[in-house]
Design a protein around this ligand. Structure first.
Ligand code: ZN
Length: 216
């Protein structure tokens, strides 16, 4: 009944690296930056407020029941909105590229946060990657996960380690003078790492895809 159909999609000859972060939900190796939509955060705050109200109401009371219904409804609405947005974004990247390279979130340790808003963001990244993987698979395309070490500190142009604090939004390399937005520089490193790791150095430099690489 729900068999997955594998479609042999046309080749795009394109690969992209994605950096997932708090400032931008996604920054990619082509220089595109995608902010999480406002409703991500706004809805979360609203929800937290209603939940606080709920905790003050008397247990078993009629008011508590009413507020509880409001919470459940809001939850559902936010979930649907978020899923819809993530579907569109993952479709775009799966559709436009033969290979998509992301950080392995399990080892990044980026956010293991007890803060509600951030834990939701964390869950959204996982959902996004799962959607991406599934969509790429159905197109016979590839998702590559890389270890995120040094991806934000390294210069994507010459490989020099350029230390920067979290608040520094621009990458500037004193060695080769390369300048880029912090997250796009990271995305370029992620792309390079994935291409080298999966397809070998020469392939990565030539920018070849899996199918081409396997034919070499
Ligand atoms: Zn450099």
């Amino acid at each position: 009944m729900c068999e997955t159909e594998i479609i042999k999609a046309n080749k795009t000859n394109k690969q992209v690296g994605l950096d997932l972060g708090l400032k931008y939900f996604v920054a990619d190796s082509n220089g595109n930056k995608v902010e999480a939509p406002k409703f991500f955060r706004k809805a979360q705050y609203k929800l937290a407020r209603v939940q606080r109200r709920l905790s003050k109401k008397q247990k078993g009371g009629r008011n508590r029941n009413k507020v509880r219904q409001i919470v459940a409804k809001r939850h559902l609405k936010i979930q649907r909105q978020r899923k819809d947005w993530l579907h569109k974004l993952s479709y775009k990247y799966a559709n436009e590229n033969d290979v998509v390279i992301v950080e392995n979130l399990n080892v990044s340790g980026m956010i293991r946060n007890h803060h509600l808003a951030l834990s939701i963001q964390d869950a959204s990244w996982t959902t996004f990657i799962n959607m991406l993987e599934y969509k790429l698979e159905t197109l016979s395309r590839v998702l590559v996960k890389v270890h995120p070490a040094y991806t934000s500190q390294k210069c994507s142009n010459c490989g020099t380690i350029v230390k920067k604090s979290l608040s520094q939004r621009t990458h500037y390399c004193p060695e080769c003078l390369f300048t880029d937005c912090r997250d796009c520089n990271a995305a370029k490193n992620i792309k390079k790492l994935g291409m080298v790791h999966s397809f070998g150095e020469d392939t990565a430099i030539a920018g070849l895809t899996t199918q081409e690489a396997s034919r070499l």
